[in-house]
Design a binder for this molecule. Structure first.
Ligand code: DI6
Ligand code: FE
Length: 401
């Protein structure tokens, strides 16, 4: 059924800029955008339904391309402890940090994980999010990583949302492998990843490359396995120190390298050449009170595509609003509102391998879009969170929100 959406302006985000169309018209058909352009140029088409958008600004549906939205418990107790002066290292030594979320996640049933994740994902959706990536990484054994990834798949089945599921088994060393990181990597490569991929639960493979997690050599073994299985890779790199994980990711044509505060110019050149997207995570930067800024000028100079995401996780970014991240990217990283919006639309789609089907308003792409009752697109990065009036369309159908 053809639907004409009109009386609106469009920030199409094609080519990574607003590429705005004043007084636009959009024709959706069978879940796709069939035509978009100035209303004056609308071709003769048999239209079944016309929707008046009352002068709204239409953007692509927002894409949160890096989340850890599925987990058990939360760590607000540790947040309180840290504010009373207990260090992250002391908390970790007491069994806190990622390890405490691993315990809580292992102790939760699939239904419990689904119920808590659904609430968080619905909070993100209230910001106009129509596509989300969800990582495993708090199970750290086959049964519990499977449980997390199944929850990610179920969220896609039960919510009007596209979900990409990423296996992050190499997030931290599980207690069973204390002191034996190489053995754990071998276990992921030989047992976990092949099984999870075979069950159709994995869209991409990720790892945490850091002194306190896995080395570049260990990550490379995982990337070789991912390549063998035909799975694209991503990497948490250069968050706390420079190990050139982002260059390694580029060598394996990674979809993205994420965090990147400590990346070098050589890393940026490698990423630009490989088309690896830089995913910046201002929520984690803010929550950890980091001071090392990602090198914006270097990224711009080498034309690395920049995406933004919530990094929603219980330890370093309990962020339930992607629009708040737009504001943080502008205030903390000095991104422009236009760059920030490109970072949660067109470049976020590329960071998920969905660049051909999602992320911009162009004929042939999926009809996921948001009609915002705002004055101009920069409003999306200007307001500090809050619920902006809007209508959300997913695959050509308006969803309640
Ligand atoms: N980097 C982070 O900031 C999070 N994971 C990662 O690889 C931390 C996750 C947590 O603390 O639970
Ligand atoms: Fe993360």
């Amino acid at each position: 059924m053809r639907t004409l959406w009109q009386n609106c302006h469009a920030a199409t985000m094609a080519q990574g800029s607003y590429s705005a169309i004043e007084d636009a018209a959009i024709v959706s058909n069978a879940g796709l955008i069939e035509w978009i352009g100035p209303r004056a140029d609308l071709p003769e088409l048999e239209i079944a339904r016309t929707v008046d958008l009352n002068g709204a600004w239409v953007t692509p549906g927002l894409i949160d391309c890096h989340t850890h939205a599925v987990f058990g418990g939360n760590r607000s107790g540790e947040f309180e402890q840290r504010l009373q002066g207990v260090s992250y290292a002391e908390i970790a030594a007491q069994g806190g940090g990622i390890a405490s979320t691993v315990r809580a996640t292992r102790a939760s049933s699939e239904d419990e994980l689904f119920a808590s994740a659904r609430q968080r994902v619905q909070a993100l959706m209230r910001d106009g999010v129509t596509t989300i990536e969800i990582k495993s990484g708090y199970g750290l054994d086959l049964a519990n990583e499977r449980k997390m990834l199944r929850v990610a798949r179920r969220l896609a089945d039960e919510l009007p949302l596209a979900v990409r599921a990423t296996c992050l088994a190499a997030h931290a060393l599980p207690p069973e492998y204390a002191g034996r990181p190489d053995d754990y990597i071998a276990h992921i490569c030989d047992e976990m990843l092949p099984a999870l991929a075979d069950e159709g639960l994995v869209d991409a493979v990720d790892a945490f490359c850091e002194h306190l997690a896995f080395s570049p050599a260990q990550v490379e073994r995982l990337f070789i396995k991912a390549r063998e299985l035909g799975l694209p890779v991503k990497l948490h790199a250069e968050q706390l120190s420079s190990l050139h994980g982002s260059s390694l990711a580029a060598r394996y044509q990674a979809l993205s390298a994420d965090h990147l505060e400590f990346m070098t110019e050589e890393d940026a050149i490698a990423m630009a050449q490989a088309g690896t997207v830089a995913v910046l995570l201002p929520g984690a930067f803010y929550f950890l009170r980091e001071t090392q800024l990602p090198p914006m000028e270097v990224l711009r100079r080498h034309r690395v595509k920049i995406a933004l995401a919530s990094d929603l996780n219980p330890g370093t970014s309990p962020g339930l609003s992607l629009r708040l991240m737009l504001n943080m990217a502008c205030t903390l990283f000095r991104m422009t509102p236009e760059e920030a919006l490109a970072g949660v639309t067109v470049h976020a789609a590329t960071a998920l391998g969905l660049g051909d089907s999602h992320g911009s308003l162009e004929a042939g792409k999926v009809a996921d879009f948001v009609a915002w009752h705002i004055e101009r697109p920069a409003d999306l990065a200007y307001w500090l969170g809050g619920d902006l009036p809007k209508r959300v369309v997913r695959k050509g159908h308006e969803i309640s929100n």
